[in-house]
Write a protein that binds this ligand. Structure first.
Ligand code: MLT
Ligand code: ZN
Length: 489
C-alpha cells in the first residue's frame, strides 16, 4: 500500500466530523448505512489496484438522489470533504433500471450492475438486438474505480460502454477516459481507437451544495444552451455526484419507427440520412421551386422518406439499398419507392427535402419551430396544430426523422399576431409536456432566450448562468443570447 497521505497534505480548511455529524447522517440514512466499522471501511479506503490506501473514518451509503442531496448540502455547510464512490461500495444501492419501450431509452441509477441491466433488457424483450445492443454503465463521474461485472469478469475503469454484438456473440468495451473523453475499444487486451458511440443522452447529478439537477433528457438532439451533462462525464465526482443516467438502447420494432429500424438493420453504418416530409411540404416545394418534380407521381402520399447511404463500395451499397427498398415494399412498410440512378437524380431528390425552407419563404410569412419530440408523438403535434389553426394557415411537418427532430412550420400569407398567439405558447407547452426540446438544432439565440425554461429546469439554467459569469464576467460575449435576460443583466 502507498498511503494517500504521503501524496497530498490534508487541507486544514476541511472540518473533521464529530458525533453530532454522525447523528445527523443516521437521521437521514438510518444507522445501518452510516458505517464506522474499521473492517468494513478497509474495502472503501482501498483502491482496486491495491495501490493506494485512504484513511476515511466514515462511510455513508445513501440509496436515493434525495439522500445524496441532503448529505451533500450538510457536508457543504460544515465544510466536510466527501469522496464519492460507486459500484464497489454500493453507494446508491443496486437500483432498478427504468426502461421506456418506445424511445428505447434506459434510465439507470447509480449502483446498477451491468449484468443486471443486460438481463433486465433481455427479459423485457423490449430491445431488438439487431447489430449491437448498447448497454452503458456510467458511474465513473462518481467513481473511477467502480466495479462492473460482465459474464463473471470483473472490469474496472472510467466510463465503460459495452456493446454487445449479437451476430458474433461478443462484446466490445468502450472506455471513456477522463476529461479527454476519448473512447477506446478494449479488444483482446488491445486498446484500439474507435469512433465515438452514443454518449448518455442525459444525467441526473447532485451538486456540492445539495442541488439536484435533472438533466435526464431522453432526446438525441437538444440544442437549448450549454450541454451540461458533458461537465459531469469524466469529472470523476469532482463537480457533482451522478445519480442517474439515461442511455439509448435500440428499441423493439414498433409501427411508428419500423421503417427506421429496418433501415438501420439493413443498411447499418452506411445509412447517412433518414429524412421525412409530409404531403403539405411536398406540395409547397412542387408549387414554389423551379425544377422540383415528384419522382413518385402516381398519387400524392401522406408521407415521404428520403434515405441516403454513404459507403465505400458502390455496388454492394447499391445492392443493400435495393434489397431494403424491395423488402420494405413487400412488408408493406412503404407503398412505393424509387432509387436514384445517378448523382443528378440524387440531387433532385434532395431538392425536395432541402428546398422546403426556401419554398416556405416564397409562400409568404412563416413561423418556424425546430423541436425534438419522442418519435411516437412527433406527428400528433402537427395534427393538433392543424386543427387549432383550421384553414387560416398551412401547417407543414418535415425534418430529420432519424434524430426525432421535427421542423414544424406554419405558413400564412402575412404575419399576424392573432395567429402567433394561437401557436405560442401552445407549441412550447406541448413540447415541454412531452419532455421534448424547444430547439433541437437551431439553438436558443435571442428569440428563445426567455423560453429556455420550457426545456431546462430553473436549477440547470442557474448553473449555466454561473458558468457564463465565470468565463465571461462582463458579459461581452454574444450578449442577450442563450440565457434569459433576468440572469445576465
Ligand atoms: C432543415 O433541416 O431543412 C433546416 O434545419 C430547417 C429549416 O430551415 O427550417
Ligand atoms: Zn434541420
Amino acid at each position: 500500500y502507498g498511503s494517500l497521505a504521503g501524496l497530498v497534505q490534508r487541507n486544514p480548511r476541511f472540518s473533521k466530523f464529530n458525533d453530532d455529524d454522525v447523528r445527523y447522517f443516521e437521521g437521514i440514512l438510518g444507522s445501518k448505512n452510516v458505517v464506522q466499522d474499521e473492517d468494513r471501511l478497509v474495502t472503501s479506503n482501498t483502491d482496486w489496484m491495491h495501490k493506494y490506501k485512504g484513511s476515511s473514518k466514515l462511510l455513508l451509503q445513501p440509496r436515493t438522489t434525495d439522500e445524496v442531496a441532503q448529505i451533500l448540502k450538510y457536508c457543504n455547510s460544515r465544510c466536510l470533504a466527501v469522496v464519492p464512490q460507486g459500484g464497489n461500495t454500493g453507494l446508491v444501492g443496486g437500483s432498478v433500471p427504468v426502461f421506456d419501450e418506445v424511445s428505447g431509452i434506459l434510465v439507470c441509477e447509480a449502483g446498477c450492475i451491468l449484468e443486471n441491466i443486460i438481463s433486465f433488457l433481455d427479459n423485457e424483450g423490449s430491445v431488438e438486438m439487431f447489430q449491437l445492443m448498447l448497454v452503458v454503465c456510467v458511474l465513473s463521474a462518481m467513481d473511477p474505480f467502480m466495479e462492473i461485472y460482465l459474464n463473471g469478469i470483473q472490469l474496472k475503469g472510467g466510463t465503460i460502454f459495452i456493446l454487445k454484438d449479437q451476430k458474433h456473440q461478443n462484446f466490445s468495451i468502450y472506455v471513456m477516459l477522463g476529461a479527454s473523453q476519448s473512447i477506446f475499444s478494449f479488444a483482446s487486451a488491445l486498446f484500439i481507437l474507435k469512433q465515438a458511440f452514443d454518449c448518455p443522452t442525459g444525467v441526473e447529478a447532485v451538486l456540492a451544495n445539495g442541488t439536484v439537477l435533472d438533466m435526464l433528457k431522453t432526446l438525441r438532439k437538444d440544442n437549448t444552451g450549454y450541454d451540461l451533462k458533458h461537465l459531469f462525464i469524466g469529472s470523476e465526482g469532482s463537480l457533482g455526484i451522478v445519480t442517474k443516467v439515461s442511455i439509448l438502447t435500440p428499441p423493439k420494432l414498433s409501427a411508428v419507427n419500423k421503417l427506421l429500424q429496418e433501415a438501420k438493420r439493413k443498411l447499418g453504418e452506411i445509412l447517412s440520412a433518414f429524412e421525412f416530409l409530409d404531403s403539405q411540404s411536398m406540395n409547397l416545394v412542387l408549387n414554389h421551386l423551379e425544377g422540383a418534380r415528384n419522382p413518385i407521381p402516381t398519387s400524392l402520399h401522406n408521407f415521404y422518406v428520403l434515405i441516403e447511404t454513404t459507403g465505400s463500395d458502390e455496388s454492394s451499397d447499391k445492392q443493400k439499398l435495393e434489397a431494403f427498398l424491395l423488402g420494405s415494399m413487400e412488408n408493406e412498410l412503404i407503398s412505393d419507392g424509387v432509387l436514384a440512378q445517378d448523382i443528378n437524380q440524387a440531387s433532385s431528390f434532395w431538392l425536395l427535402r432541402e428546398g422546403i425552407p426556401e419554398a416556405l419563404m416564397r409562400a409568404g410569412a412563416v413561423y418556424k419551430y425546430d423541436l425534438s419530440i419522442p418519435l411516437e408523438h412527433m406527428y400528433s403535434l402537427v395534427e393538433e396544430m392543424r386543427s387549432r389553426l383550421g384553414n387560416t394557415a398551412n401547417v407543414v411537418g418535415y425534418g430529420h426523422l432519424g434524430d426525432s427532430n421535427l421542423h414544424l412550420n406554419v405558413s400564412t400569407p402575412h404575419y399576424d399576431d392573432k395567429i402567433l398567439s394561437q401557436i405560442e405558447p401552445f407549441v412550447y407547452e406541448w413540447t415541454s409536456k412531452h419532455r421534448g426540446s424547444i430547439s433541437a438544432e437551431h439553438g436558443i439565440g435571442l428569440m428563445k432566450a426567455n423560453k429556455i425554461y420550457y426545456s431546462k429546469s430553473r436549477k440547470t439554467v442557474q448553473l449555466m448562468a454561473s458558468i457564463k459569469n465565470l468565463m465571461d464576467p462582463n458579459h461581452i460575449l454574444n450578449p442577450y443570447k442563450v440565457l434569459p435576460q433576468s440572469l445576465t443583466s
